[in-house]
Design a protein around this ligand. Structure first.
Ligand SMILES: C[S@@+](CC[C@H](N)C(=O)[O-])C[C@H]1O[C@@H](n2cnc3c(N)ncnc32)[C@H](O)[C@@H]1O
Length: 287
């Protein structure tokens, strides 16, 4: 069951007054402001409450998604991520990458975060009002576009998004530019080569989102590299936490880190808040 399916299953278009899920009710009663904020975000996304000023952005981004999903143009790129769920590649093999070619439509359908998950990012960025956001994995630009829309509506903030292959980054840039969003810079290159310089140049980050590579050790390594560059109270998001056993192990380790105040498991995405509270982290899981 994915977050997307939970949303659709609970609240189909024909259900007029959706009940608030029990997990979200529980989160609302938390004494941690971030957990209550996440309850509001989830409630809005599950019930699909989109404010009028957000609506034009959502419609434009989803129109671009439909256009790319139908596009048969071929794109060739080096894939730097884990090729299988079974961790058969070494770090060096992933660094070298594997050449692949597929249609833009296939890539869009396979790799872009679906609507509800991307909307959740937009709602989160709207509520957090960050100064600086970091994204590892621009892909074709959809999660960057949703975050950029939120920053534009916030009237402040900047997103730095990192993408390996120049061919993919060019499509991300076009997605963001086509939608008229400023506030985003796309950094091209392997994260192993580009992340440190980005962290030094733009820290501190209030939001960090990792969506790619899909390798246990690499994911933990990115978290450890990013952690010192996060502001107090920052939000760190790891996508595809159940893509493989290794990704689930990475999420388990990250969410148990002593600097984590709260951990929210949205089935396919894990969200933690960073801080230095004395008590054990509060944990919630949407099932
Ligand atoms: C799932 S896609 C990102 C999708 C995007 N966040 C969205 O939903 O719109 C992951 C991207 O990460 C990139 N990537 C994966 N591992 C990388 C690495 N080690 N260095 C640079 N880019 C990498 C891939 O090229 C791919 O485009």
């Amino acid at each position: 069951m994915t977050f997307e399916k939970i949303c659709i299953q609970r609240y189909g278009a024909d259900v007029p007054a959706p009940p608030i899920p029990a997990e979200v009710v529980e989160m609302r009663a938390s004494d941690q402001p971030f957990v209550r904020l996440m309850a509001d975000v989830l409630d809005e996304v599950i019930a699909e409450r989109i404010a009028p000023d957000e609506h034009a952005h959502v419609a434009a981004i989803e129109a671009r998604r439909a256009e790319l999903e139908a596009c048969e143009d071929e794109i060739t790129y080096l894939d730097f991520g884990a090729a299988t769920k079974y961790a058969e590649q070494t770090a060096e093999e992933m660094y070298q990458g594997v050449e692949r070619s597929r249609s833009l439509g296939a890539m869009c359908r396979r790799s872009s975060k679906p609507y509800r998950g991307a909307l959740m990012l937009m709602k989160l960025v709207r509520r957090i009002q960050p100064e600086t956001c970091l994204e590892l994995g621009s892909g074709l630009g959809f999660t960057a576009a949703y975050q950029a829309a939120a920053l534009k509506l916030n009237g402040k903030g900047h997103l730095v998004t990192l993408e390996g292959p120049a061919s993919i980054a060019a499509v991300a840039r076009a997605t963001i530019a086509d939608l008229g969003h400023g506030r985003v810079s796309v950094q091209v290159g392997r994260w192993q080569d580009t992340l440190d310089a980005v962290l030094s140049a733009h820290r501190p980050f209030d939001v960090a989102f990792i969506d790619g590579h899909h390798d246990r050790d690499a994911s933990i390594g990115y978290f450890e590299a990013i952690l010192p560059a996060l502001s107090d109270g920052a939000v760190f998001i790891l996508d595809d936490i159940r893509w493989s056993q290794g990704m689930l192990e990475a999420w388990t380790e990250i969410s148990a880190h002593p600097r984590v105040n709260a951990a929210i498991d949205l089935v396919d995405t894990g969200i933690v808040q960073i801080g230095d509270q004395a008590k054990a982290a509060e944990r919630h899981k949407l099932t």
